[in-house]
Design a protein around this ligand. Structure first.
Ligand code: CXF
Ligand code: ZN
Length: 366
């Protein structure tokens, strides 16, 4: 069948909305009619080829939609079910079997490879295959064949347009706090970067009853917003001589927990220095391959700190996404305050507004 899609044809160039061909869903796939998709920083960095997904490609990995057809071995969902889409994983390797699907041994191939495991693509243009199955989904298309392992079923009354970004950016920030750090009530946490991921982590720190929540960013408007969402302290790193000292002052020696969402080497270094003895930091900010940060072994060893590199908030999407939906519906996780909706036709504006910091989390509506 034909479908409309936003195609990344060339590095650092705007996406182009064109009509492409979609094949039939394979046995373990479902065809989704996309209702909405979040736009994540990873879509932009893959468009810009920080990671080598072959172009042309249909990107998009925070899809939300309705099941339009199912493959022959699919039992998890039926036609007409409403679903949110998340990352793909094989479901069979040791890490998947251990309940750690974001560390699937084929995570890179399944999510960034641009092809199914059998080498085929779901999409073609002018008879040539183009990359599909980005994060198992390629949600910047009105219709896509999606890996069943990327699919999370939600209630038919769930507002798909609002919930779309749960499957990546929002679960990454919230999961980093609730799953990876699991901070004790009454503890201190510092969050570097008040973007969509950092602020999702901040909302999760509020849920976890952290009582000192420090947001660090270089934009005053984001820090003001962070305070509205529950930050007890904010630090403008562009206007503060020594960010580490400031965190140590607020926390009386160092933060018990930290979340690093920027991918900036100097911020990583500050994060390690800002921790309390035995503090725990998680790093989720994507950086270009080859990005290195300083880590002062001499000073840090006696601190006994832990730094964990975390993918997708250590989430098991089929469990964690519904938990986030419940929290949202109860008014305890108002992540929709971070979002702004755009018509699908305006997808490049959504990318530009995100890059300029005008919009924290764009959602395109089909
Ligand atoms: C990505 C970030 C870079 C590593 C793989 C997972 N998360 C989604 O956008
Ligand atoms: Zn993402």
């Amino acid at each position: 069948m034909k479908t409309t899609a936003a195609v990344a044809f060339a590095k650092e160039q705007p996406l182009e909305i064109v009509e492409i061909d979609l094949d039939e869903p394979r046995a373990t796939e479902v065809r989704i009619r996309m209702v909405a998709s979040g736009v994540c920083h990873t879509d932009a960095i893959v468009r810009d080829q920080w990671y080598p997904t072959p172009l042309p490609a249909v990107l998009g990995h925070e899809g939300a939609g309705v099941v339009d057809a199912i493959g022959s071995s699919v039992t998890k969902v039926a036609v007409g079910d409403h679903v949110l889409l998340s990352f793909d994983h094989c479901g069979e390797c040791a890490n998947c079997a251990a309940g750690l699907p974001s560390y699937c041994t084929n995570f890179f191939g399944a999510n960034f490879g641009g092809r199914r495991a059998d080498g085929s693509s779901g999409f073609s243009l002018g008879g040539e295959q183009i990359s599909s199955h980005f994060f198992g989904q390629s949600s910047f298309a009105e219709y896509a064949n999606v890996s069943v392992n990327s699919v999370v079923k939600v209630s038919k009354t769930a507002p798909l347009e609002a919930l779309a970004p749960l499957g990546c950016g929002i679960q990454t920030g919230a999961g980093a706090v609730l799953n990876s750090l699991n901070p004790a009530a009454g503890s201190s946490i510092v969050i570097f970067g008040a973007g969509a991921v950092g602020l999702s982590g901040l909302l999760a720190a509020v849920i976890a009853n952290c009582t000192t929540i420090i947001a660090v960013d270089v934009h005053e408007s984001r820090l003001t917003f962070a305070r509205e969402l529950g930050a007890t302290h904010t630090i403008n790193a562009a206007a503060t001589a020594d960010v580490v000292k400031e965190i140590q002052k607020i926390t009386d020696g160092g933060a018990q927990y930290a979340l690093e969402t920027t991918g900036v080497p100097a911020v990583f270094t500050n994060m390690t220095k800002a921790l309390a003895v035995r503090g725990h930091a998680v790093v989720v900010g994507a950086a270009a391959l080859g990005t290195n940060a300083n880590f002062d072994i001499g000073s840090l060893l006696p601190m006994g700190i832990t730094v964990t590199m975390v993918v997708e908030g250590d989430s098991v999407p089929s469990q964690f996404v519904p938990q986030l939906v419940d929290l949202y519906e109860r008014g305890l996780f108002p992540f929709d305050k971070l979002t702004k909706q755009y018509a699908f036709a305006d997808i490049n504006q959504a990318f530009d507004d995100s890059a300029a910091g005008i919009t924290l989390k764009p959602i395109v509506i089909f």
